[in-house]
Write a protein that binds this ligand. Sequence first.
Ligand code: MRU
Length: 344
Amino acid sequence: MVRTVVWDDESVVLIDQRRLPQEESYLRCRQPAEVAAAIRDMAVRGAPAIGVTAAFGIALGVRRSTAEGAALRRDLEGVCEQMRVTRPTAVNLFWAIERMRRRFAADEPRGGAAVREGLLAEARAILEEDLASCHRLGDLGAELITHPSRILTHCNAGALATAGYGTALGVIRSAARDGHVLGVFADETRPYLQGARLTAWELTKDGIPTTLIADNMAGHMMATGQVDLVVVGADRIARNGDVANKIGTYSVAVLAKENGIPFYVAAPVSTFDLTVASGAEIPIEERSAEEVTHHGGRRMAPAGVAVRNPAFDVTPSRYVTAIVCEKGVARAPYGESLRALAEA
Ligand code: MRU
């Protein structure tokens, strides 16, 4: 199994996802600024993986500080801010930062050494809990797949996007273990190609039969009866069940509904944001024009053309058949079911 984020010898080690699938190489971050840059520049990506990485980045920053008392708290706030500004949409980042802040406050009365140990223990706990959540929600999601099925997924919600196993790909892995995966369609996921580069890499490595398609082929596959269900991950789930996920997810959900195909979302509770009433309040990251105009370093569009590159979209909850988390399966009305699971 791929190790997405590892703490080793006072540094954060990440599989460099920008280099996949050509090269399996690792990036060693010895400074919190390097961890922040790795998140911003997509060496590590995927909502839970970003949260886990930021937690280790915060632990690293505070462990490298020799300050005590109020000065150590200022250093904590500085490194939290470094992490906070990396990417705006995945709520797991802000959830992890808050958890690290709370741990700091709990250990602060016992002094700097206790704080430094405590923060590392908390980051390790966040990683282990995410891994356990992925296995649990994978198994719960697999229970929804009662017979051998053809599954479509979008982007990469796999081991690479989490502490391991994955959310949407966790469901697929558990279903494959149960003999219920006939095949997976992986949307390539333009413009950053997480589906082509990462999902296809992970699933074929696991021996799960995978077929890569361009995003604009999903509707055809559904309309011609080649897809039994869709499962995707999420970057943030609002109180009413609206789901922010990789750009293109909304189109897939609408197509699924049009074709009478279940559309499942798999995400841990750390992806719920019950402070936002609906998807309209979720900030959508806008990335560089070059991701759209260029491919493999080569220009594919005329210089000077106007470009938009929203990295995520919001799927209204009316298109979501169910949301699977580690505590159970939520269905509409999501206002009630998500709260009940979050508080369980
Ligand atoms: O821009 P990315 O690659 O970080 O976007 C990732 C996604 O949209 C994933 O589907 C989402 O984070 C769920 S990961 C378990």
